[in-house]
Design a protein around this ligand. Structure first.
Ligand code: ADP
Ligand code: MG
Length: 334
């Protein structure tokens, strides 16, 4: 049986995500029609996953569907926006129905988890790529911009850093061998990222600036510093580590891995999808309970002197060799 582009859409992508009251028309016409509550602002973002760049072909299509949605939800969360709608632009080399069903399952899981509805998209033939546009809702003036950091603010991150990077490194380097439990836990972080949406919505009223960590802490905190025209010092010993990450790194260091490689995983490997935010010291005491309950860790302070300084466990300045992922690094430019 041959399946057309239109069969694929109606069979797999027409009813993903619970129907929302603010959707007048979803998949099936030239456009979706949406009706936000009057006075709300829209936050709009898009992210593409490209085969060979963002994922290996052997990753499960279900994980891919989840991740394509999750990375966009993470951007909305970092803005303090409440996710509402998605569109999906799908480019497929051919129609593999089982693979597409898996993808649709992953998309559905994520849409259900984050309360969003898939309202439209485009389906074309070509090299495998998945592009999602996500739209969220904001009360006017509530967007948490990168430009809001102030000198004296404390810098916090949610969760733990480095797990996803370690999973990737273990795939790429034969010197980095993880045990079964470590590999499962770190690969879960890489393939099924959990955007910190609930944390973001709770933290948003308290913070000055917020960003999600997708390209690595060094690069993403760097964006806050540039946009806010400030600098910072962070303490590498305070970067939160998961139990499996700490355990794997201790063992790998005993086997000869340099401590710099551990710093590198936490600072520059990317794919963490945690939040990094800055908060005025006066508000920290007020929010202390929430910061603790949400698993946030203070890693440094915003300073007037521009640039990002990293202190190692002995208080010495450390300059990272890599500063985050740049898609065009090493490519010819005209
Ligand atoms: P048009 O040719 O008018 O752009 P299409 O034939 O591309 O319309 O799409 C038909 C309908 O299916 C539209 O409502 C579009 O938003 C939706 N659609 C197409 N591809 C997808 C997809 N991958 N996921 C969700 N909806 C899709
Ligand atoms: Mg049309």
């Amino acid at each position: 049986m041959t399946v057309s582009e239109f069969d694929l859409i109606t069979q797999l992508f027409a009813d993903i995500g619970a129907p929302r009251a603010d959707v007048v028309l979803a998949v099936g016409d030239d456009c979706a029609v949406l009706e936000p509550v009057a006075g709300q602002q829209l936050a709009v973002t898009t992210d593409t996953l490209v085969e060979g760049v963002h994922f290996f072909l052997d990753v499960s299509p279900e994980a891919l569907g989840w991740k394509a949605v999750a990375v966009n939800i993470s951007d909305l969360a970092a803005m303090g926006a409440r996710p509402a709608w998605l569109t999906l632009a799908l480019t497929l080399p051919s129609i593999d129905l089982d693979w597409c069903r898996g993808l649709a399952r992953g998309l559905r899981r994520a849409c259900d988890a984050f309360g969003v509805q898939l309202v439209g998209g485009d389906t074309t033939a070509g090299p495998l790529a998945i592009t999602i546009q996500a739209i969220g809702l904001l009360a006017p003036g509530q967007a948490r911009r990168r430009s809001g950091a102030c000198v004296g603010d404390l810098i916090y991150v949610t969760g733990t850093l480095g797990d996803a990077g370690l999973a990737l490194l273990a795939r790429q380097s034969s010197d980095v061998v993880l045990n079964g439990a470590e590999l499962v836990a770190c690969t879960q972080r890489l393939e099924w990222p959990q955007p910190r949406l609930q944390q973001a919505l709770l933290l948003s009223p308290c913070v000055h600036a917020m960003i999600d960590i997708s390209d690595g802490l060094f690069a993403d905190l760097g964006h806050i510093l540039t946009a806010s025209a400030v600098g910072a010092t962070i303490r590498l010993a305070d970067l939160p580590r998961s139990t499996v990450f700490a355990q794997a790194c201790t063992r790998l260091q005993r086997a000869g891995m340099a401590v710099e490689a551990v710093y590198d995983l936490q600072l520059a490997a990317g794919d963490d999808y945690e939040l990094c935010f800055t908060i005025a010291p006066a508000r920290v005491a007020e929010c202390a309970r929430m910061l603790y309950q949400l698993g946030c860790h203070c890693i440094g302070v915003i300073e007037a002197q521009r640039g990002l300084r990293c202190l190692d466990g002995q208080g010495r300045q450390y300059t990272p060799p890599h500063t985050g992922y740049d898609h065009f690094a090493g490519r010819a430019q005209r």
